[in-house]
Design a protein around this ligand. Sequence first.
Ligand code: PAF
Length: 276
Amino acid sequence: MQIARTIPELRELLGGAHRAAFVPTMGNLHAGHLSLVEKARTLGDVSVASIFVNRLQFLPHEDFDTYPRTWDSDCEKLQSVGCDVLFAPDEKALYPQPQTCKVHPNPLIADTLEGEFRPGFFIGVCTVVMKLFACVQPRFAVFGKKDYQQLMVIRHMVEQFALPIEVVGAETERAEDGLALSSRNGYLDKQERIQASQLSATLRSVAQAVKDGERDFAAIEARATTALAARGWKPDYVALRRRSDLQRPASGDALVVLAAARLGNTRLIDNLEIGE
Ligand code: PAF
């Protein structure tokens, strides 16, 4: 695996590659990220991952400073799945001047759910992803469905700017008890880690209620939120939404249920597509 620390180094390395498949990450890699890299390897003629903890997508009270930085094990893991190129700029290399030019995603998709509870988050995500796309110039970009709304926001950005990139969504990797793999799972203590599987269990029970024919979505959401709260979670939302644009569904729409909740000091998100 070759490592580029600056944009010119990356351009030099990728000089001849016209079908790069790209996986942007913030590091602290787990099996979920590695499955994205494995997917990328099947798509392009060169696989590129990036590691960059993007200050722009953290709110002032969030975990930017403490976000786990695990360089050596990240490199080993990427190497073990055959990643060709790692782009790992520091802040000076990616943002040599304050990044005042920003991408504002479609508020309809971006200001709801995560955007409501983390205002400005998707501006930070879109801005860095646009910049990373400009650096890597990939033909494919692979994002996990674990961050369902992020995937939708980025797909829409790519479409609106007519970027010549195919955005590929990859299924969520889960632990045996159902917990979606996430870098933030590392914040959970032993007891919380046991409890954490309740989030995906809640999503499954929402999906089951819909499959059983319940149509009062507000009542299903309220029941799920109450159940989580009763077990000591602080839910931000459990929301049944239309898959195509994350708006409130009408009858016949393909659905996804999304949730975000805090367990102790750790905020977890997860989602489940319902039906086909
Ligand atoms: O999903 C993430 O890890 C980040 O939001 C991303 C896409 C790498 C942008 O910083």
